[in-house]
Design a protein around this ligand. Structure first.
Ligand SMILES: [Mg+2]
Length: 165
């Protein structure tokens, strides 16, 4: 796959709540693969917030099943997934597609059935694209980020500028 194509999300939304889940369901989407840090909750949180819970509920109410796909160490992401009562792939190794593929298998879904949603081009979008699912980028939920994510925002900005998204 072309490098730039791999970095381009199909769509960009401000937040997870802005995603039209009901119409996605009518397009055949049955599984939402969700990043957590700065997509559904604060970066490096250990528990979901009310916002995270509301997002999952809204997606589920649209008839779409949720699965966390997180690069975080297993304890932290498992705890969050348990609190949200949804399955989870930990150590997903995004931008590699392996975690997304594992999530599809776990959910009994085909790549055509799923959308990957996350706040980072260099992890979430690339992983989704390489795995062949639809990829949506959301803007980071909170300005505060761990230093190595903050660093990645610089080339990410450039890629978004060049790619017009
Ligand atoms: Mg994230």
């Amino acid at each position: 796959m072309n490098v730039f194509k791999a970095m381009k999300p199909e769509r960009v939304y401000t937040t997870v709540k802005m995603i039209p889940w009901v119409s996605l369901k009518s397009e055949g989407i049955t599984v939402a693969l969700l990043d957590f840090d700065n997509t559904l909750g604060p970066d490096h949180a250990t528990a979901p917030t009310d916002y995270s819970i509301e997002c999952v509920k809204e997606i589920q109410e649209a008839g779409i099943r949720c699965c966390l796909v997180s690069n975080a160490r297993s304890g932290r992401s498992k705890g969050i997934a348990q609190a949200l009562d949804i399955p989870c792939v930990t150590y997903a190794r995004k931008p590699e597609p392996v975690g997304v593929r594992r999530a599809l298998e776990m959910m009994g879904a085909q790549k055509e059935d799923a959308v990957m949603v996350g706040d980072q081009v260099f992890t979430d979008v690339i992983a989704g694209n390489l795995a062949g699912v639809r990829s949506f980028l959301v803007e980071k939920l909170y300005p505060k980020e761990i230093w190595y994510v903050a660093l990645k925002r610089i080339p990410e900005k450039l890629v978004r500028l060049i790619g017009h998204f």
